[in-house]
Design a protein around this ligand. Structure first.
Ligand SMILES: OC[C@H]1NNC[C@@H](O)[C@@H]1O
Ligand SMILES: [Ca+2]
Length: 451
């Protein structure tokens, strides 16, 4: 009888170990072979939007190096690979004409993954909206639910059967809070009135895409959200109320809409007259049965009441905390807490950790090609331990995708932040697995026993 340590060390049989990326962050060549521009090609070429004036024009040149990158995944022994497709490669104008070359790129990638024993998880939307649709209102236009379902349908018909796990949206909260409220992300709007409309149309589009999948798809589809648990800075009533608002706005809003068919009541307090009353048939569209949910976890927020727009809440930096290069506190307990919270609130839906990782200042490639990133190894070890704890608490966690396979374009932060377990030299495009890649590779090979 193995002792309790080793017995608990392993993850459930069949646990899906992989890595995640997103089209605009790694591919480059955004306009190649008939692709249309996205809001990120536009945003990145708008002076001042991206650190150092970086753009996604080259990125990790994955559009040309995809075969070697799959070989790299194979070397690391990954069982799965989460990636996103670029809507405007497939439909250059966002609707109507299909660009076969764009479809072929993803079809070849999927075949290469399967030939290397790697399961594809395909995200339809990871923030790169076709510019042509943004010109027609984008996420502010109710028609986008149909546009998105049409895009999904083209991919379902082309790839279903080879792709058996589909995701509609990546992190709708970031899309709306970043793109429509604070403006740090494309399309760079700053409007309290637009934000709830974008949220609602994203969720309607999610529902329409799931409905379209049910008409032809034979496998699984889900939604990926980012969850950042909120903890009160003090035991004051004001801080408790601030936590409630922040938690509803960031953590409950999207899963409540998708799984419960309603928004949390706090949203009306937060947005006031900017919060529309939506018709019931919208929620009937939004609420579709999902086969799984994906949770992206990075950090927590210790939260206090404060004058802020529109949450009236602020994050309190922890003097004894450890922080990553993106200013996020390393807090693995937050992952345990949020997974138990999700299980209790939504029922034990099959759940994948579809992103988890950290940006640290990595040393340049040392001699012998070794890159020591002990802080990232420590981060991964602690968060995988948290997942094991959540599984022991009864959470149905089915897999883990480390963010990210490669150093890549961290949106408005450009290439200044490195999240990869594999280092990318952007001058030569040389890939060098970091120590964390070798560490993770052993975890995958032992199904967590080496943790
Ligand atoms: O900030 C790190 C990651 N977070 N989730 C979405 C990804 O596109 C980001 O790179
Ligand atoms: Ca994020």
């Amino acid at each position: 009888m193995p002792n309790s340590a080793t017995a608990s060390a392993r993850f459930p049989d069949g646990f899906l170990w992989g890595a995640a990326t997103a089209a605009h962050q790694i591919e480059g060549s955004p306009l190649a072979d008939g692709a249309g521009p996205s809001i990120w090609t536009r945003f990145a070429h708008t002076p001042g939007m991206i650190v150092n004036g970086d753009t996604g024009d080259i990125a990790c040149d994955h559009y040309h190096r995809w075969k070697q990158d799959v070989a790299l995944m194979r070397e690391l022994g990954l069982k799965a690979y989460r990636f996103s497709t670029s809507w405007s490669r497939i439909l250059p104008e966002g609707t109507g004409r299909v660009n076969q070359a764009g479809l072929d790129f993803y079809s070849r990638l999927v075949d290469e993954l399967l030939e290397n024993g790697i399961e594809p998880l395909l995200t339809l939307y990871h923030w790169d909206l076709p510019a042509a649709l943004d010109d027609r209102g984008g996420w502010l236009n109710r028609d986008i639910a149909q546009w998105f379902a049409e895009y999904g349908d083209v991919l379902y018909r082309a790839l279903d059967g080879r792709v058996k796990k589909w995701v509609t949206l990546n992190e709708p909260w970031v899309v709306t809070d970043g793109g429509y409220l604070h403006g740090a992300l494309a399309p760079g709007h700053r409007s309290k009135y637009e934000t709830p409309i974008a949220t609602h149309n994203l969720m309607r589009a999610h529902g329409a895409a799931v409905q379209a999948y049910r008409a032809t798809g034979k496998h699984e589809i889900g939604l990926v959200v980012n969850i950042e648990p909120k903890y009160p800075a003090s035991d004051s009533a004001d801080d408790a109320a601030a936590v409630k608002r922040a938690h509803a706005y960031m953590n409950e809003q999207y899963l409540d809409a998708a799984l419960l068919g309603r928004y949390p009541p706090e949203l009306k307090d937060i947005f006031g007259d900017a919060w529309p009353q939506w018709p019931q048939e919208d929620f009937d569209l939004i609420r579709q049965k999902l086969d799984f949910i994906g949770i992206n976890y990075y950090t927590r927020s210790v939260t206090k009441a404060a004058q802020s727009y529109p949450l009236d809440a602020a994050v309190v930096k922890q003097p004894l905390g450890t922080y990553t290069e993106t200013g996020w506190e390393v807090f693995p307990q937050g992952l345990v807490d949020l997974l138990v919270w999700a299980k209790d609130r939504y029922g034990n839906i099959p759940t994948y950790i579809t992103e988890n990782g950290a940006a640290f200042f990595d040393p340049p490639v040392a001699e012998g090609g070794r890159i020591r990133d002990p802080l990232r190894i420590d981060y991964l070890q602690k968060h995988l331990g948290a997942i094991r704890q959540a599984i022991a608490a009864g959470c149905d966690i089915r897999g883990y995708m480390v963010w990210s396979l490669l150093d890549n374009m961290e949106w408005s932060l450009g290439y200044s932040k490195r999240f990869g377990i594999v280092h990318v030299n952007y001058g030569t495009q040389e890939r060098t697995p970091k120590d964390s890649a070798h560490y993770y590779s052993k975890i995958v090979a032992s199904n967590g026993a080496s943790l």
